[in-house]
Design a protein around this ligand. Structure first.
Ligand SMILES: NC(=O)c1ccc[n+]([C@@H]2O[C@H](COP(=O)([O-])OP(=O)(O)OC[C@H]3O[C@@H](n4cnc5c(N)ncnc54)[C@H](OP(=O)(O)O)[C@@H]3O)[C@@H](O)[C@H]2O)c1
Length: 333
């Protein structure tokens, strides 16, 4: 196993950066550290350079780590990044579609009332219904959450498709989905969730569907796609919802929660477990209808739980076609 290339979107912080760190850790154990090349694909080059510096400080100056400018919410930026990727790399082994946003303006406290323990547990594991997400528009008129979490990544895969399959196979796509991805939050007639109340949950369910559609369409070409749920992780995304100190105040309950539910992974290292586990598997023999959950035991041991999703292949196909149609607007511009 040598000469591996990984591209990670949104890799300057949180889970994306943790995936980069853990891939280098794995490389150090399994093969030569210098045989791995990791590309941090970020919208903010300054932040990306800080992340690169951090990786050099941990793993030394010999590691191959690149930065690439990519704003996934902007089709023109995706197009430019695709051209750059095709020039720079010979092949891509792992494409981590991780960048994401969840702009939150408050909490739906009514979701916690009446305060039955099962209701509280459900609200904290499926934060989607508890949080008031405020969406905005990109300059192209797309809804920002949809454009960032789902559509920009769809464009990236679509425009890289020929490159992914003409080069060394297999190519493994890994989507950072979420446990908040629920069918009830998704409407095929409104894939951007313009009329809905949960654009984040909708975009994450869209990812699960799209991953299935990609497998149905691309497995023959040696391209495989899987989704992961990182669990609840304290990153910039979660500290935008609740101040860091409030999360830390909750730390003692984490151990308790882990007894009930391993998805309280809490730190990005544990949250990246499923992404790293997938990098060590033969993607061709994995269950394509499953989601892979990063989990953590009360004793701090990471593990991966696999759960088969009830996804409708016809709905997945419909979503793929809708996104394809929308993508046509940006193919030539
Ligand atoms: N934390 C959790 O509990 C949790 C749970 C389930 C799923 N997730 C998913 O995990 C993924 C990573 O999130 P995180 O928790 O690690 O939060 P994070 O630290 O805020 O990371 C999000 C990353 O996405 C980048 N990003 C946002 N918009 C972008 C755009 N338009 N183009 C390119 N990059 C963009 C951010 O860049 P900037 O620094 O420039 O903003 C950042 O690098 C997301 O997809 C999120 O939905 C997180």
């Amino acid at each position: 196993m040598s000469d591996k290339t990984a591209i990670i979107t949104g890799a300057n912080s949180g889970l994306g950066l943790a995936v980069a760190k853990r891939l280098f850790e794995e490389a150090g154990h399994a093969y030569q550290l210098t045989d791995l090349r990791v590309c941090l694909a970020c919208r903010n080059l300054q932040k990306a350079k800080f992340a690169k510096q951090e990786l050099h400080e941990i793993f030394g100056l010999d590691i191959q780590v690149d930065v690439l400018e990519l704003d996934v919410s902007r089709p023109a930026s995706v197009k430019q990044a695709v051209e750059e990727i095709k020039c720079r790399y010979k092949h891509i082994d792992w494409l981590y579609l991780n960048a994401g946003i969840m702009p939150v303006e408050g909490v739906n406290w009514s979701e916690l009332w009446p305060p039955y323990p099962s209701r509280i547990l459900q609200a904290f594991t499926d934060g989607g219904s508890l949080l008031k997400v405020v969406d905005s528009k990109t300059p192209e008129g797309l809804n920002s959450v949809f454009a960032t979490n789902l559509f920009g990544h769809f464009l990236l895969v679509r425009w890289l498709e020929d490159f992914l399959c003409s080069q060394r196979c297999p190519a493994h796509i890994v989507w950072t989905s979420s446990s908040t991805a629920m069918k009830s939050h998704f409407n095929i007639e409104d894939v951007q969730d313009q009329e809905g109340i949960d654009p984040y949950g909708s975009s994450k369910f869209g990812m699960d569907l799209l991953s299935l559609a990609l497998n149905n369409m691309l497995n023959d070409k040696g391209i495989y796609s899987h989704t992961v749920s990182p669990g609840l992780v304290i990153t910039n995304m979660t500290t935008n919802i609740l101040a860091k100190w409030l999360w830390y105040l909750m730390s003692p309950v984490v151990l308790l929660m882990r007894l009930i539910n391993g998805s309280w992974t809490w730190d990005a290292h544990h949250g990246a477990e499923a992404q790293i586990w997938l990098s060590k598997q033969d993607p061709a023999i994995l269950d394509h209808t499953a989601k892979y959950y990063s989990c953590c035991s009360p004793f701090g041991k990471s593990y991966v739980k696999q759960s088969r999703e009830k996804l409708d292949p016809e709905l997945a196909d419909q979503l793929y076609k809708k996104l394809l149609k929308l993508a046509q607007q940006f193919e030539t511009s």
